[in-house]
Design a protein around this ligand. Structure first.
Ligand code: G3P
Length: 238
């Protein structure tokens, strides 16, 4: 399973990359607007930092505008995946861009029927928003299960990118279902790492280690000593 960071913040992206934790990045107009920077240079920098797909969202409602933006975005960097919304115009744009071999992430997906249409239009990723479904008392992860079944039934190649992830259990459930990717904010990625028993266990190990006298903890000087020449020659002569 791949993990993406849902962020346009370079500090967060660099930190997550340094953990070896993320395989790509998703952005949207709201996330980009928070950075108060010029859109294009920011996305280019993100693409240079991330060794994987970076989703960049179109910012209009009509098919021709999305196609025009998508063509320009795709030339910015080979990592770019163009995001189109799950509307009739978005599906038309997805079909056209996919036919030009431009990868499309169909976003704002809230139902299995929408996901079926995204796959038929040739989407590279489909992004069902589980957290926003949960917010309105719908079963977000249930939608992921249904999409997984439908795609498996017919061999659709579109990858399921679980989005609007709010907590670690969304990620774990997405993995159990076999979703291809989960994208999450940095706070959720951090929450995946944490466990109180890990912290307590490390505190105990380090406290016990302090009980050893200093001379018994001289690993640096021991490790840097050259091997004993007598024992080396004894081994090599048999
Ligand atoms: O990038 C799309 C999605 O992940 C947004 O999440 O938390 O705004 O519903 P959220």
């Amino acid at each position: 399973m791949k993990l993406f960071l849902d962020s346009a913040n370079l500090t967060e992206i660099r930190e997550a990359m340094s953990w070896g934790a993320i395989d790509g990045v998703t952005t949207n107009p709201s996330l980009v607007a928070k950075e108060h920077r010029d859109f294009f240079p920011l996305l280019k920098e993100i693409c240079d930092v991330v060794n994987g797909p970076v989703s960049m969202e179109t910012t209009c409602r009509d098919c021709s505008g999305m196609v025009e933006e998508g063509r320009v975005f795709s030339k910015l960097h080979p990592h770019i995946v163009v995001k189109c919304p799950l509307t009739k115009d978005g599906l038309k744009a997805t079909r056209q861009l996919s036919a030009e071999r431009i990868r499309v992430n169909v976003t704002l997906c809230f139902s299995p029927s929408q996901a079926l249409l995204a796959a038929k239009a040739g989407a590279y990723f489909v992004s069902p928003f589980v957290g926003r479904l949960d917010d309105v008392s719908s079963d977000g992860m249930g939608v992921i299960r249904n999409i997984k079944t439908i795609y498996a039934n017919y061999g659709f190649k579109t990858q399921i990118l679980v989005a609007s992830v709010r907590h670690p259990l969304h990620v774990v459930e997405a993995a159990r279902i076999g979703a291809d990717i989960a994208t999450m904010p940095f706070t959720v990625l951090e929450a995946l790492v944490k466990h109180p028993l890990t912290d307590a266990g490390l505190d105990r190990f380090l406290k016990d280690w302090e009980q050893l006298p200093p001379e018994a903890k001289q690993w640096k000087s021991t490790a840097s000593k050259p091997p004993n020449p007598v024992s080396v020659s004894a081994t090599s002569t048999g």
